[in-house]
Design a protein around this ligand. Structure first.
Ligand code: NAP
Length: 473
């Protein structure tokens, strides 16, 4: 079925199309227009002309759009979850959770819109401020870009789009090509909720053409990007004078001390590694276990991994579905083989059928292998032993990434030390690094990105503070 894009205030056909296929059975699901850089230019010129519509809209109307969108998403949640599962390959259980989280993101953005502060600045507290009165207001940036990855096609787009609505920006939205239909549903919901059609463009096509044309366009004042380190670096090179927020990848670690209640959290540590076939930015990729409990931990962890049901993502029984495409499944399989050649033990086995890579653990992997050093983004987890605190801090930090880390211990001093010394955007004590609630400040350091998301924080990233001073003397 041929789908439409949205720009110049209306739904439009394309001239050329690309297919979106189910990652599970490779059947074509739908086709989307393959737009050109000229289309992007036209779409953004139109938004620029209309940016005053959003700038002049009152707060309560912007908040109302978010509340309406929340209610419409609530009504359409089954349809949206099924679309996510079909095109992204995540299990239907995971897709439903994503929709619930999307509803949360809209709710927090609504609350933030109603309550963000515009404050008086007590200028006369300085001797140079006598006779002056100042305050600041928050203004929209104008046209802002939302460029999103395939793995959370609804909620990660909402993390950018909902705060943009809240501060009064115009939106140019480029979804991942694998998951464009979820993006389309989101735009339908926003329009139905009352967002002005003159202020949004939904553009599909290749990242290197549509994505880059958006990033390089001078009317675009901010690029809010979630995706891989490679593309994030490219964006930071070509964006010129723009705000950029980059939410990138990771090879997140978990540290398990023998004094912790690790048995209680085994199930969560398994979920955190294999959810969405490991294709989550904060998937657990490395587990460092204190030597004395290493054998028992690995054995019990493996038993749980063996119980995971692999198969059709649309089945309520399935725990692990396919990877996004076969090329990525083959890449991960090769990384496993490399680690095996360098002495690791892969359990229960390395097994791949098309896009499905079966969940496995990698014991005693050499720290210089790809499964340790790079972002695996696959249903595998490295389990390595450690003896000393310093040693494990060094191993966790020996990464180009720094998104989140989980530390399991009952020792408060140790927990504080790790919280301070681990180089990441978030340290989670006694839970997995994959923990995220949509209001928290979320983002990374080093190759994991620049800036923080979570509606309260995204409001800062996507708006400008304007100071107004009255000379009353
Ligand atoms: P990706 O390949 O980097 O693509 C992300 C988006 O960028 C897609 O919309 C893509 O379009 C577009 N794009 C590609 N080339 C571009 C270019 N030259 N200029 C501008 N845009 C371009 O990432 P992905 O494979 O979809 O997602 C997986 C990655 O996202 C992983 O690294 C994961 O860790 C990361 N991620 C991070 C977070 C976080 O919050 N930190 C959350 C989720 C995912 P096309 O699809 O058309 O190529």
């Amino acid at each position: 079925m041929k789908e439409k894009v949205f720009f110049l205030g209306k739904w439009q056909q394309g001239e050329e199309y690309f297919d979106i296929k189910s990652p599970y059975d490779l059947k074509t699901l739908w086709e989307f227009p393959f737009l050109s850089s000229e289309d992007v230019q036209k779409a953004i010129d139109f938004l620029e002309k209309n940016k005053k519509i959003m700038k002049d809209m009152s707060r309560h109307k912007r908040a109302q759009i978010l509340e309406n969108a929340r209610n419409i998403l609530e009504k359409r949640k089954e349809e949206v979850a099924k679309t996510i599962s079909l095109e992204c390959g995540k299990t239907i259980k995971e897709a439903k959770t994503e929709v619930e989280r999307g509803i949360d993101t809209l709710t927090y953005s609504f609350i933030e819109t109603k309550s963000y502060k515009e404050e008086v600045v007590p200028l006369d507290s300085s001797k140079y401020g006598e006779g002056k009165m100042g305050f600041y207001i928050r203004e929209p940036l104008g046209v802002v870009a939302t460029i999103t990855p395939f793995n959370f096609p609804l909620n990660l787009a909402l993390h950018k789009i909902a705060p943009s609505v809240g501060v009064g920006n115009c939106i140019v939205f480029k979804p991942a090509s694998y998951t464009a239909r979820t993006g389309k549903l989101l735009v339908e919901i926003l329009l139905e909720a009352g967002y002005p059609p003159e202020c949004i463009a939904f553009l599909t096509g290749s990242g290197s053409v549509v994505g880059e044309s958006i990033v390089q366009n001078d009317y675009v004042k901010a690029v809010s990007f979630t995706g891989s380190l490679e593309i994030g670096e490219r964006i930071s090179r070509i964006a010129k004078m723009k705000r950029i927020t980059l939410e990138l990848g990771s090879n997140s670690a978990c540290v398990v001390f023998k004094d912790s209640e690790w048995e209680k959290y085994l199930e969560r540590m398994v979920r955190g590694a294999y959810a969405l076939a490991g294709q989550v930015c904060i998937s657990i990729q490395r587990i460092y276990v204190e030597k004395e409990i290493y054998d028992e931990f690995s054995q019990r962890y493996l038993e749980k991994v063996k119980t995971l049901k692999v198969g059709d993502p649309l089945s309520e029984e399935t725990d692990v579905g396919p990877m996004i495409d076969e090329a990525n499944a083959i890449r991960a399989e090769n990384w496993l083989k490399e680690s095996e050649e360098k002495g690791a033990e892969i359990l229960p086995e390395i097994k791949r059928e098309g896009t499905i890579l079966y969940p496995c653990i990698v014991k005693n992997a050499s720290e210089d292998t790809k499964v340790c050093k790079k972002e695996a983004f696959a249903p595998l987890v490295v389990i390595n032993p450690f003896e000393k605190d310093n040693e494990v801090i060094e191993k966790v930090n020996n990464s180009i990434y720094g998104l989140q880390c989980g530390v399991f211990t009952k020792d408060i001093k140790r927990a504080f030390r790790f919280a301070k010394e681990i180089e990441v955007g978030g340290v989670i004590i006694n839970d997995i690094p994959s923990y995220r609630v949509d209001l928290m400040p979320y983002g990374g350091v080093k190759g994991s990105g620049i800036g923080r998301e979570g509606p309260h924080f995204t409001f800062d990233e996507l708006s400008e503070i304007k100071l107004i001073v009255f000379n009353l003397s």
